[in-house]
Design a protein around this ligand. Structure first.
Ligand SMILES: NC(=O)c1ccc[n+]([C@@H]2O[C@H](COP(=O)([O-])OP(=O)(O)OC[C@H]3O[C@@H](n4cnc5c(N)ncnc54)[C@H](OP(=O)(O)O)[C@@H]3O)[C@@H](O)[C@H]2O)c1
Length: 332
């Protein structure tokens, strides 16, 4: 099969594209004919070596996959050949990745693609929707009527967070760095969209909060959280999710933090068990099926362009120099 893989860490150019042996499913595993995969920031951190994850010597990059089941190993009863499935959590914890024409994954990490949902949509939603679901449903328990803030409402995580929070009945505030991204955020239901390039953004936010009440749940997607700014904006018993920025050391203003019964929640999606992720995936599948959740796709490439896909993802997440709106999806 054709695959995008690395044999050592390095820049995007270290990704090779070529022939690898076809994998076959062992007990409890499923062989998938890949139709679409999507890029996430973690793919680039693993490739570059910025985060140390155990990985096979010849490591196929990528975590997300969507496609058709070709074969199932012994003991798999949730799927059969011909089923369409999506999944994430491959390419981590020593598991092989997904940017290949065929992928073997443990059945416990796979979910059916709802009827009417394309493989590229399922792949684009995979890691980010599990992340958002874990954050909103499991960790922070967002309630209907609460005010929810997320930075970067057109980003991979942000766009799913806006739509999921809206579907859960929250009032949603988000930010964007261009007019078209702000327009997109409004189109997916954000109640207030702030342009983070504007010097008076905080005044606009404060004016809105004075009228509507403070923020119950703040989801920080930025790798450099500014808690001195965030904490005073929080409602009593508010929660702040921090899930990016391994080297960040933000200052915590303790007075307004503990005297308002606030909580900080940190999590990494890859720590969640397969049962926890399955519970989230079932909720996500309902949103995908009824059209409440549609991940934006900003760039489509063939699998052979995996290195370019990583360059584009790095420009977006690390260099913050990309006009790209939406996920990068590759077809096999
Ligand atoms: N802990 C976990 O389990 C987990 C899971 C998934 C992702 N992550 C991490 O979460 C982060 C986001 O991932 P992603 O896939 O959403 O990345 P992404 O698609 O690159 O999105 C980044 C977002 O940040 C926004 N942004 C940039 N500068 C900003 C600023 N000054 N103010 C407000 N927003 C700003 C961008 O908005 P514009 O495009 O409008 O500029 C964009 O929407 C990454 O660091 C990733 O590693 C963690």
């Amino acid at each position: 099969m054709q695959a995008a893989f690395i044999t050592e860490s390095g820049p995007p150019e270290c990704i090779q594209f070529g022939e690898l042996p076809d994998p076959s499913p062992g007990s409890g595993e499923v062989l998938i004919k890949t139709e679409a995969v999507a890029v996430n920031p973690i793919d680039t951190y693993i490739r570059s070596g910025a985060i140390a994850m155990p990985r096979p010597d010849t490591y196929v990059v990528g975590c997300d996959v969507a496609g058709e089941v070709l074969e199932v190993g012994s003991g798999v009863d949730r799927f059969q050949p011909g089923d369409r499935v999506w999944g994430t959590n491959q390419g981590i914890h020593g598991r092989q990745g997904t940017f290949s024409e065929k992928v073997v994954a443990g059945a416990e990490w796979l979910y059916p693609i709802p009827n009417g949902v394309s493989s590229e949509t399922a792949a684009a939603a995979a890691l980010v929707s599990i992340t958002v679901g874990l954050g909103l449903y499991q960790h922070a328990k967002l309630q209907s009527g609460e005010t929810f803030f997320v930075n970067g409402g057109s980003g991979g995580v942000g766009s799913i967070a806006v739509q999921t929070a809206k579907a859960m009945g929250a009032k949603v505030i988000t930010t964007a760095g261009s007019d078209d991204k702000a327009e997109y955020c409004r189109s997916i239901g954000a109640d207030l969209v702030l342009d983070y390039r504007q010097a008076d953004m905080d005044e606009q936010l404060n004016a809105y909060l004075e009228e509507n009440g403070k923020i119950d749940l703040w989801w920080e997607t930025l790798r450099e959280p500014n808690l001195e700014r965030t904490i005073p904006l929080m409602e009593k018993r508010g929660r702040v999710i921090l899930m990016a920025g391994r080297d960040a050391k933000p200052v915590l203003p303790l007075g307004p933090f503990y005297t308002n019964d606030l909580s900080l929640i940190g999590f990494a999606m890859f720590n969640a068990t397969s049962a926890e992720q399955l519970a989230v995936a079932e909720k996500i599948n309902k949103l995908l099926a009824n059209g409440a959740l549609v991940p934006p796709i900003g760039l489509r490439l063939p699998l052979s362009e995996a290195a370019e896909a990583h360059r584009q993802q790095e420009a977006k997440t690390l260099e913050k120099s990309s006009p790209l709106l939406g996920k990068i999806v590759l077809s096999a």
